[in-house]
Write a protein that binds this ligand. Structure first.
Ligand code: BG6
Length: 489
């Protein structure tokens, strides 16, 4: 990283994201000596705190959310980098104060990274104020960058407006749109698995793969986020960003290099090739569901049709994937916290060994979380039989192979943004292509041919309709790699 002084300015510094993720991640970067040189962390917020109060609260946050690495000695050094300024930050006069504060802390020029940990309705006005006040003008070889949290828009039109609006003040190279799924080690490992090994890539296509499942199941319900969630719903909350990012990495062509533009070009090409759903496709190839009891939660409209679960069956119209179904599903209040990609290979073309059951193809499961790993299901001969076949799993668990904790996604993202590596951030066109895929579904769900909102039991694997949907295609969900599923005749 550049040893030039750097200021990291966090909008919304008293909020949840800052306390749970950002400051603990910065603390970890500090103790790993990845925040070299002089650096200033300036928290901005509306609360009338002073720097001392900010430091006390952040100490508690780091002790709790970075418990594994927290020591008083390290904290006592780190704390001197933390500062706080209160203000509204939608008024230009607050920017004069911010300018003055930064100049004082920076003691001469410094690079600047602004982090908007704020509700999306503030993005445009903050970026405009940063632009108008000159705080993001790049001069004298000093860079200015802005990290923007999700959600980026509510649909294609609003994302386009937001892109245009922030481009008035920032070049695309200065903008870092966060999707924390991209910073998960296991999501990045999908690229290493595919392109760092030579044996899988030749099989990674329509000739060998029957279908692909992408699951992001959560046990938590909407909890205290009810009012946000009821307006967003699962498509905006999980699909447009996280699930489509995972899909693009699973399905993209090999990039020529691992650098940002090369990688993002391939992801964009993949998203561009995802078939846009017609109104009929939306009716027949999507499922929307709500867990029983959702309507009773505080902050939820009594007649809300907001889905807390969705299943979407996508196709990618290109040479590699023509005809291969991608089944994406995500839901709250489900049986397990489990994020997985399942690659279901085609069955052996000719079965030598007569079996009472239908022998399925091999299954490769990439567990993104919580028990990060990769599992390959193969058929084996049961000992002491003539040729009975039984599936077993070959396992790789991160925690067996590597010592230490897997770093939090935000650690990697902050470090990359400070280094100027945008490969794990979403580009303007990428966000818009993702909305192009979601928009027809959102429209269809608001229209007269919308599929019904079905219910599901909290603690289940989602609605029965989703099982039936795959069953009619002769397929079944794989709910966790540890449980090889034997399809009975
Ligand atoms: C967030 C969503 O982006 O991702 C949340 O807004 C969701 O609703 C969360 O719970 C899931 O992230 P993770 O890392 O726990 O899978």
């Amino acid at each position: 990283m550049s040893s030039l002084p750097t200021s990291l300015v966090i909008y919304g510094a008293t909020g949840d994201l800052s306390q749970r993720k950002l400051i603990p991640a910065l603390y970890n970067l500090f103790i790993k000596q990845r925040l070299s040189g002089k650096f200033v962390i300036l928290g901005l917020g509306r609360k009338a705190w002073d720097t001392d109060q900010f430091r006390v609260t952040m100490k508690e946050a780091v002790a709790e959310f970075s418990a594994a690495t927290y020591t008083v000695e390290q904290w006592d050094v780190f704390v001197h980098h933390l500062h706080y300024q209160s203000g509204n930050f939608t008024e230009l006069e607050d920017y004069d104060k911010l300018h003055a504060k930064l100049s004082l802390l920076e003691e001469g020029g410094a690079n600047r990274l602004f982090y908007l940990a704020m509700p999306p309705r503030f993005y445009e006005s903050i970026v405009a104020s940063l632009g108008e006040s000159g705080l993001v003008r790049e001069t004298d070889n000093l860079w200015r960058r802005v990290i923007i949290e999700k959600p980026f828009g509510r649909d294609l039109a609003s994302a386009q407006v937001l892109n245009r609006s922030i481009h008035r003040f920032l070049s695309e190279e200065q903008i870092y749109r966060i999707d924390h799924y991209l910073a998960k080690e296991t999501v990045q490992n999908i690229m290493v698995f595919r392109f760092g090994n030579s044996i899988f890539e030749p099989l990674w296509n329509r000739n060998y793969i029957d279908h692909i499942q992408i699951t992001a199941a959560e046990t938590v319900d909407v909890g205290s986020r009810a009012s946000y969630y009821d307006r967003a719903g699962v498509l905006r909350d999980m699909f447009q960003n996280h699930l489509l990012q995972v899909l693009s990495i699973v399905a993209m062509e090999p990039p020529a290099s691992r650098f940002a533009e090369s990688l993002r070009n391939e992801k964009v090409k993949t998203l561009a090739a995802v078939r846009r759903m017609s109104a009929k496709d939306v009716t027949n190839h999507t499922i929307r569901a709500q867990y029983d009891g959702y309507l009773d939660a505080d902050g939820i409209a009594a007649d809300s049709e907001t889905p807390t679960y969705a299943m979407v069956n996508l196709f990618i119209d290109n040479w590699r994937w023509q005809g291969v179904p991608f089944y994406l599903r995500s839901g709250k209040a489900m049986a397990e916290k489990l994020t997985e990609v399942t690659i279901q290979f085609k069955p052996a073309p000719h079965m030598l060994f007569a079996q009472k059951r239908k022998v399925p193809g091999n299954t490769l499961t990439i567990t993104i979380q919580p028990d990060e790993g990769i599992h390959l299901r193969v058929e084996t001969k049961v000992p002491d039989t003539v040729a009975d076949l039984q599936p077993v799993n070959m396992h790789f668990h991160y925690h067996d192979a590597y010592e230490g904790q897997i770093p939090e996604a935000y650690e990697r993202l902050l470090h990359d943004a400070l280094k100027g590596d945008a490969s794990l951030f979403t580009r303007d066109d990428e966000v818009e292509f993702a909305w192009q895929i979601m928009d027809p579904i959102l429209r269809g769900w608001a229209g007269e041919h919308a599929p019904p909102v079905v219910g599901y039991k909290p603690g289940s694997w989602g609605p029965v309709a989703a099982d039936e949907f795959l069953a009619k295609d002769g397929r079944a969900w794989v709910n966790g790699a540890e449980r090889p599923q034997i399809v009975q005749p």
